[in-house]
Design a protein around this ligand. Structure first.
Ligand code: ADP
Length: 500
């Protein structure tokens, strides 16, 4: 079975030694560095490996030492491994063809065997017994011991099918009860290159009687080098665990920001749809007035009164449109985090609030809206339009988040302090109130409370704009609220001609 005088193996080993010396390493071949395994009578080992070259060296040693003592060899492996093994055995002077003819060397394709013995991706005991068991039974004829090598577990692990790999190992262990076999499984470490496969790797190890680590550890020359390697591996494991924890944290943050971005885009779209609708209403009135006047002019019935009323409507609606466009531009500025270009003039807040309250009178939705103040005037340098919009938002919200018939009270007072007088406006309602968890966020862009999620009810921008306007006036806006019993929003603004 073995040719004598085959010099090729020695030649190759000489070349490998020379290569190691040229690269500053000890003059030992990989095979010489590997610990000589003392294969027991009925072992079930797993050989982890980093390169196929290393696995082939280990496999050739395993098969050759078995053949040398009269054992049969059953090799279930990929084509690459099978042909690599044959070359090595031949270099080592084994007549593989003769061994095969004598039933001492059986080689099978692992992918094919796997297909034969699995049902729905899981190894089936009956098929395993019939297929693998049958082959081993024939090789063991005459009381021969059999050395089996298989890389099917490696294939399954590479496919991420750890459960099937473990099942296969269990069947392999059962085989050892009935036959005198030693089994060696080849498992590429690359198959476990994911953090979540650590448990699977532990299970694969536990299913074997002996575990042989990959070559970066196994081929280390001395015990001291191995201890050092273990320490380095522990350090790497620590660093990796820390990195994984960090990666998971970053992933969670990314997921949150992606969800927030999606929410904000959706709200922006809703806002754009709503403002387009708001713009269309006055536009319809404008067109209607123009058509009416044109028709009457054609018929010769256009009198001065109709013209005056029509122009008044056109003027009013154009102003509403201009305000909406200004609001839209402010929203864009708020989105960009830009300051609003305040147009500050001397304004009487009492009159301004009276106007805003009167403007909301038609839209109170069955609520009682009242202004409660004893002040006759509260003068400051403020942006009339933007302040009106901010106060309008507070009153609008009070109406929106109140039940029908609820009472909304707007109060205006003057506070006298050491650094001058302050105008204080409060808007109090008896509505939904704001949950404690929402309160810190309601001034954020597009944020809507959990009890205010009905579609089309709001845009999550009113309070952001109000906060920005008040802050740019050097003032403050605060809220006190109890979920279920109402909210009170307060705006404080410094008064007088020199207010900040
Ligand atoms: P929206 O268009 O959703 O009303 P706002 O920016 O005006 O947007 O308000 C943000 C959130 O603050 C609202 O979605 C709601 O949850 C809460 N909120 C504001 N005012 C009130 C109020 N008066 N009563 C209850 N909740 C309110």
């Amino acid at each position: 079975m073995r040719w004598e005088g085959q010099p090729a193996r020695q030649e190759l080993m000489r070349e490998e030694r020379a290569f190691h010396v040229a690269n500053g390493r000890t003059a030992m071949t990989t095979l010489e560095r590997m610990p000589a395994w003392n294969w027991g009578e009925s072992e079930h080992c797993v050989q982890f490996y980093e390169t196929e070259e290393f696995l082939l060296d280990a496999l050739a040693d395993y098969v050759a030492s078995g053949l040398a003592r009269g054992d049969a060899a059953v090799v279930i492996a990929t084509e690459a491994l099978r042909s690599g093994l044959v070359k090595r055995l031949q270099i080592d002077a084994w007549d593989v063809a003769a061994a095969a003819a004598a039933g001492l060397y059986v080689a099978l394709d692992s992918a094919e065997v796997l297909t034969q013995i699995t049902v729905d991706g899981t190894p089936d005991p009956a098929r395993f017994d019939e297929g693998v068991g049958g082959i081993i039974g024939r090789a063991a004829e005459g009381g021969r011991r059999v050395r089996v090598f298989g890389d099917m577990v490696g294939l399954l692990c590479e496919q991420g099918n750890i459960a099937a790999a473990i099942r296969l190992e269990e069947l392999g262990n059962q085989l050892r009860q009935t036959h005198s076999v030693t089994i060696l499984c080849g498992c590429p470490l690359v198959g476990f290159g994911r953090e979540d496969l650590a448990t699977g790797m532990g299970e694969v190890c536990a299913a074997h009687t002996r575990v042989i680590p990959g070559e970066s550890y196994t081929t280390l020359g001395s015990a001291a080098e191995r201890v050092q390697a273990i320490a380095l591996l522990q350090q790497k494991a620590q660093a990796l665990e820390a990195e994984i924890a960090e990666r998971k944290r970053i992933e969670a943050t990314l997921r949150e920001s992606r969800a927030a971005l999606k929410r904000s885009l959706q709200m922006r779209d809703e806002f754009l749809a709503a403002i387009s609708h708001d713009l269309r209403t006055p536009l319809t009135v404008l067109r209607g007035q123009a058509q009416l006047m044109e028709r009457r002019a054609r018929r010769g019935t256009l009198d001065a009164e109709t013209i005056a009323a029509g122009l008044k409507q056109i003027e009013n609606r154009s102003r509403v449109m201009a305000e909406l466009i200004d609001e839209l531009m402010d929203v864009t500025r708020l989105q960009e985090g830009e300051e609003l270009p305040l147009d500050r003039r001397m304004v009487d807040l009492v009159m301004l609030v009276q106007d805003v309250v009167a403007g909301q009178a038609e839209a109170v939705n069955g609520c009682r809206l009242a202004l409660d103040t004893t002040e006759t005037e509260l003068i400051g340098r403020w942006d009339r339009l933007r302040l009106a919009r901010a106060i309008g938002s507070l009153i609008g919200n009070a109406i929106k988040y109140s039940p029908e018939g609820g009472t909304i009270t707007v109060r205006l007072t003057r506070e006298t302090g050491p650094s001058g007088d302050c105008a204080v406006l409060t808007v109090q309602d008896e509505g939904l109130g704001i949950a404690e968890s929402d309160r810190p966020h309601i001034f954020e862009r597009f944020y809507r409370g959990k009890n205010a999620t009905a579609p089309g009810v709001g845009r999550g921008l009113g309070l952001t704009g109000a906060w920005q306007v008040v802050a740019q006036h050097g003032g403050a806006i605060t809220v006190e609220s109890q979920e279920g019993s109402g909210s009170t929003f307060t705006i404080r603004l410094a008064m007088g001609p020199s207010a900040p």
